[in-house]
Write a protein that binds this ligand. Structure first.
Ligand code: RNT
Ligand code: ZN
Length: 417
């Protein structure tokens, strides 16, 4: 049976439940995923004076072939993008600036240092997102940045964040799609603090200064990302969930929820509906924590499907900005991007193929037997046939055939580095 024949059969199975598969496929094409550039080089960046990765995050593995400069990283991204259906975005960090061998301090970075990225994004029809980098830097060595007791250090990072928002605005203006500029800081303490309030007060003041500078919302959207703990900040993180949730609500900023940044039995899928009731937009870092915030490659697990279902069934595809955040150096990095991003898209497709309105109705009627029965049955509906058809229609490799391309790229490009 051909992919098309399989698709036709599957289409009938879904049509029985009122799901218009052709419509779903058209809709899915327009959902962008923000692909994080940092999977390609283990969050190293290309600063002239490169610092070791810090901030309580860690990349393990030494798979050969990581990108060592911006051209290599773009080439690797292009390879991955050619294997991923749809039009997407690339998420950059300040450490990916191109300064022509010149040392440029982070608070001095300007749009011109990202010109190559912007030209490349234009050529490839991509949107860009951005992040100031408040780690892997001598001024972050104390584990404190925007909440540091030393005013000079705080000022440095405040200026970096202001400059970053201007770079985000530049991306948005050039590319005709607003950039999400997301602030994540590592600030926290290894051991039990004697004062939780003062650092949070300083973080609040720093953020106020950062956002006092206006950027155009048409081009730049500001987000803040919370965390529960990091390596070396096990006992206390200044920018906790409650901190940023309140800050974002009061100051009209976006909350960014990273799926690895909550207590182990808490799920981001269960937070989305509450967030959507109180803010217009919400941002995600979809990741996969294994026992800790380990940033494993995203797989098509129950939580990923549940996140997708919450976005789709609440009609929030235009309100939830979906970004990825994982970094695995123990496998081929182009494959890591491809696997994780294809899975995110697969999860959205899966969610779009469920008769969500009918299932909602069952719940309203108190018919929990049928709700459970159908939710379980839909798990084995022929969604793979629709996925294969989608890949074929868009012109990316079907099923595992993308792997051959990654293997060839590894031989021809990655292993020669
Ligand atoms: C760290 C945060 C943050 C980083 C990236 C590199 O725990 O998740 O988003 O992973 O900014
Ligand atoms: Zn994150």
């Amino acid at each position: 049976m051909t992919i098309k024949e399989n698709f036709e059969l599957a289409k009938q199975a879904y049509a029985k439940w009122g799901v218009d598969v052709e419509e779903v496929v058209e809709k899915l094409k327009n959902v962008p995923i923000s692909i994080h550039c940092w999977q390609g080089d283990d969050v190293a960046g290309f600063e002239v004076n490169q610092n070791e990765l810090s901030g309580g995050i860690d990349v393990t593995g030494n798979y050969p072939g990581k990108a060592t400069n911006a051209e290599e990283l773009r080439s690797d991204l292009e390879k991955a993008l050619s294997l991923i259906p749809g039009k997407h975005r690339v998420n950059l960090h300040a450490i990916y600036a191109e300064t022509n061998g010149e040392v440029v301090e982070r608070d001095q970075l300007e749009p011109k240092h990202f010109e190559n990225w912007v030209n490349w994004a234009k050529e490839n029809g991509l949107g860009l997102d951005y992040n100031p980098t408040l780690f892997s830097h001598p001024k972050a060595d104390d584990g404190l940045t925007l909440s540091h007791p030393n005013e000079e250090i705080r000022e440095f990072w405040i200026n970096h964040c202001i400059g970053s928002r201007k770079i985000g605005e530049y991306f948005g203006r050039e590319l005709g799609t607003p950039a999400l500029t997301n602030i994540w800081i590592p600030d926290g303490y290894k051991d039990i603090p004697s004062d939780r309030l003062t650092p949070r007060k300083r973080l609040k003041e720093s953020l106020d200064k950062i956002f006092a500078v206006e950027t155009d919302k048409k081009y730049n959207l500001d987000a803040v990302e919370s965390k529960v703990f990091g390596i070396g900040s096990e006992s206390y993180v200044v920018g906790s969930h409650e901190f940023y949730l309140n800050y974002a609500m009061k100051n009209d900023k976006l909350c960014l929820l990273d799926t690895g940044h909550y207590h182990p039995t808490e799920t981001v899928s269960n937070k989305i509906s509450s967030m959507l009731l109180f803010s217009e937009k919400l941002a995600l870092h979809v990741s996969r924590p294994v026992r800790w915030d380990s940033d494993h490659v995203v797989i098509l697990d129950d939580e990923l499907k549940e996140i997708a279902l919450e976005i789709v069934r609440n009609d929030a595809l235009n309100r939830v900005i979906i970004g990825l955040d994982f970094f695995d150096a123990s496998i081929n990095r182009v494959a890591a991007w491809t696997i994780g991003t294809r899975n995110m898209i697969k999860a959205l497709l899966y969610a779009m193929l469920v008769p969500n309105e009918y299932l909602k109705q069952l719940q309203e009627e108190g018919n929990f037997t049928e709700r459970l029965a159908l939710m379980e049955e839909f798990k084995t509906y022929p969604f793979g046939a629709i996925w294969d058809y989608y890949c074929e229609k868009i012109g990316v490799p079907v099923r595992e055939s993308w792997l051959e391309e990654v293997k060839a790229y590894e031989q021809e490009v990655l292993l020669k580095r």
